[in-house]
Design a protein around this ligand. Structure first.
Ligand SMILES: *[C@@H]1O[C@H](CO)[C@@H](O)[C@H](O)[C@H]1NC(C)=O
Length: 195
């Protein structure tokens, strides 16, 4: 697989390849512009056993540090699919603002979305894949996929029944990572879709 070889290449080789692998619009440059679905709930998860969850945190983070005493932070996002989502094509896109540091994140599914606070669990399920987040913000690129085939890492059939909810978790990878964003139009983790 090209994506596997990518990681064995030096960074200066992998960057242009990563750009080629990015699929900004699967319908082609002249195809219909994808629409985006924003999460219906955003929760900041502190992995420390005393940490717990904060609903609607404003600033979302994927944070890990060897000096934070175990208070690593991830962000849980619930998507509620509108009633007319049958037959649509969906995938995930993640973008950060210019103030954000870069690094790697893994995107997990949740076995059940977290929508209420106070609460503690993150309900982590499958690791869908790893994204490279550019320093100084911009659109992240999938560099590996893991336990979902191409589910949500590339355009494919939208999940679930109309009105279904689905939760994802954005988790920092590495010894130190501090990726920050607000969920706004064109920003953060969104489900992009074609009708
Ligand atoms: C993490 O990023 C936020 C927002 O950019 C910043 O305020 C904070 O100082 C950063 N923390 C570290 C440890 O780099």
């Amino acid at each position: 697989m090209l994506t596997t070889k990518l990681n064995t290449l030096p960074l200066f080789f992998s960057l242009p390849l990563a750009a080629v692998l990015a699929r900004p619009n699967p319908a082609g440059p002249n195809g219909p512009k994808p629409l985006e679905l924003q999460p219906s709930r955003v929760v900041l998860h502190d992995a420390h056993w005393t940490g717990g969850n904060t609903c609607d945190p404003g600033l979302c983070r994927a944070y890990r540090s060897p000096t934070d005493g175990g208070h690593d932070l991830s962000t849980l996002l619930t998507f509620t699919y509108p009633p007319d989502f049958n037959g649509k094509t969906c995938w995930l896109e993640f973008a950060t603002p210019s103030v954000s540091q870069g690094g790697l994140v893994d995107v997990f599914t949740q076995w059940s979305p977290v929508n209420t606070c106070p609460s503690a669990a993150n309900n982590r399920d499958r690791d869908l894949g790893r994204m490279s987040v550019p320093w100084g913000g911009g659109k992240a690129t999938w560099i590996e996929t893991y336990n979902g085939g191409s589910y949500m890492t590339a355009p494919g059939p939208c999940t679930g029944k109309p009105g279904a909810v689905e939760g994802f978790e954005v988790v920092g990878v590495g010894d130190f990572v501090n990726i920050t964003w607000m969920q706004l139009p064109g920003m953060g983790l969104r489900v992009l879709y074609l009708t």
